[in-house]
Design a protein. Structure first.
Length: 61
């Protein structure tokens, strides 16, 4: 099976499991054939300053 077919199979499996939002990124740091899930919190983007709590413009008290 080629890599395109593997990606299609992975996406089909996720949608069949009820995943409604999927963002696909490639990485040399992740072992081939594995996946990593990140959960979405509201309307913030996964990994954004709002989702991580690391606001760059937050004034310290």
């Amino acid at each position: 099976m080629n890599s395109v077919e593997n990606v299609i199979k992975m996406l089909d499996t996720m949608t069949e499991a009820g995943v409604s939002r999927i963002k696909v990124e490639t990485s040399e740091d992740v072992e081939e054939g594995t996946t990593k899930k990140a959960y979405h919190h509201g309307r913030c983007d996964v990994g954004s300053p709002f989702a991580t709590g690391c606001l760059y413009d937050l004034e310290e008290e």
